[in-house]
Ligand binder design. Structure first.
Ligand code: HEC
Ligand code: HEC
Length: 306
């Protein structure tokens, strides 16, 4: 028998063997996925067609004497025949294109499934369940119990997510991050006034250092710490701070931080939503925490500085 046919038979037989092992022996075939089975069968068919076409042309090259129409150009006396597109090749090419379109639109539509999508769906389901359980619990609590519950929950979140950078006692680990026992206190506000602040990504950008000083700075700090109430510091605030934070301190509709929430969980929630690339270092945003968890960890941090 011609050697060429022998090779053809070997290749086809091994492809059929492969199909047999992968499709038929795995009972139901590749987890019973009909599209994968069809893909493999299609691949086998393509290989068989290719082998047959190659055999046909190699044999033709061995036996045929050249005839046919030459193209007009010659290259150093070497000419070239006008060749028809091989029929088998053309068919395979066409079928592959049709298969590709079918695969991406009907078989496995490209936008039908993604692991990220599945993860996001899981998160939504979990958060809904979390919120339902949370609300049920809260409904039976007194105000003190509610506050205590938030702080305890916040401590768990803190230990899981924040401890690595802020330390077990939230002291900021030798200045590697913010000391959260201090943060939010009048002293910390004086520090902000003296040193400025940057990295929360507000439209106004950086807060410059030294917008107030001396006794004014301390008065303003107390004023801000008290939720912008009282006489002390209110005038100095209007002079030194209102231009960026607004006369009411609310941040002029998102241009700068809302200082009325500075000593409340809401400010921490804002920091967690934004992250901070500040003078000390980089704190990542915490989008993986849900709203209640952010609020709880804020309540925990507030409980530290009281
Ligand atoms: C030139 C505009 C500007 C002025 C004036 C200004 N601030 Fe700010 N302030 C900002 C901006 C912008 C931020 C956000 C900075 C950041 O990204 O950390 C900010 C942030 C803050 C913060 C939050 C810091 C933190 O820990 O995240 C406090 C507190 C604050 N300002 C208080 C004041 C007080 C008090 C004054 C007046 C003495 C004042 N600011 C004057 C623009 C200003
Ligand atoms: C990868 C380290 C890292 C982790 C994790 C981290 N932080 Fe921070 N955090 C920092 C750094 C660094 C700063 C100081 C940023 C600056 O001002 O330069 C900071 C600052 C802060 C501030 C002060 C922000 C301000 O406006 O001045 C708060 C509040 C805070 N972190 C809360 C948290 C909470 C809550 C968690 C856990 C959910 C947490 N951090 C997790 C590194 C971290």
């Amino acid at each position: 028998m011609n050697k060429l046919y022998l090779w053809g038979i070997i290749i086809i037989a091994s492809m059929l063997g492969f199909t047999y092992i992968s499709v038929i022996r795995s009972k139901g075939g590749l987890n019973g996925d009909i599209i994968n089975i069809l893909t493999i069968v299609g691949a086998v068919a393509l290989v068989i067609i290719t082998v047959l076409v190659v055999i046909k042309y190699v044999r033709q090259m061995q036996t045929d004497t050249a005839d046919g129409e030459l193209v007009d150009q010659t290259w150093d006396g070497i000419g070239e025949y006008r060749n028809e597109l091989p029929f088998g090749w053309a068919i395979s090419f066409l079928l592959t294109i049709i298969w590709g379109m079918w695969y991406f639109t009907v078989g496995y539509p490209v936008n039908a499934y993604s692991q990220i999508g599945e993860y996001n769906e899981d998160v939504v389901v979990h958060n809904n369940k979390f919120e339902k359980d949370f609300n049920e619990k809260m409904a039976n609590f007194s105000e003190t119990q509610k506050a205590e519950y938030m702080i305890n929950m916040g401590e768990s979140v803190y230990l899981a997510e924040c401890k690595i950078c802020h330390g077990l006692t939230a002291d900021g680990i030798d200045g590697k991050s913010t000391d959260l026992n201090e943060w939010g206190s009048a002293k910390a506000i004086v520090d902000v006034i003296n040193n400025g602040s940057k990295g929360l990504g507000y439209p106004l950008g950086e807060m410059p250092a030294g917008t107030a000083s001396g006794a004014d700075a301390l008065d303003i700090a107390i004023y801000v710490k008290n939720g912008l109430s009282g006489e002390t510091g209110s005038e100095a605030f209007a002079v030194s701070c209102a231009s960026c934070h607004g006369a009411d301190g609310k941040g002029m509709g998102g241009m700068s931080p809302d200082l009325t929430t500075y000593d409340m969980p809401a400010f921490t929630v804002d920091v967690l939503n934004r992250g901070k690339k500040g003078a000390i270092g980089e704190m990542p945003a915490f989008n993986r925490l849900n709203d209640k968890q952010k609020e709880a960890v804020g309540a925990y941090i507030n409980s530290l500085s009281e």
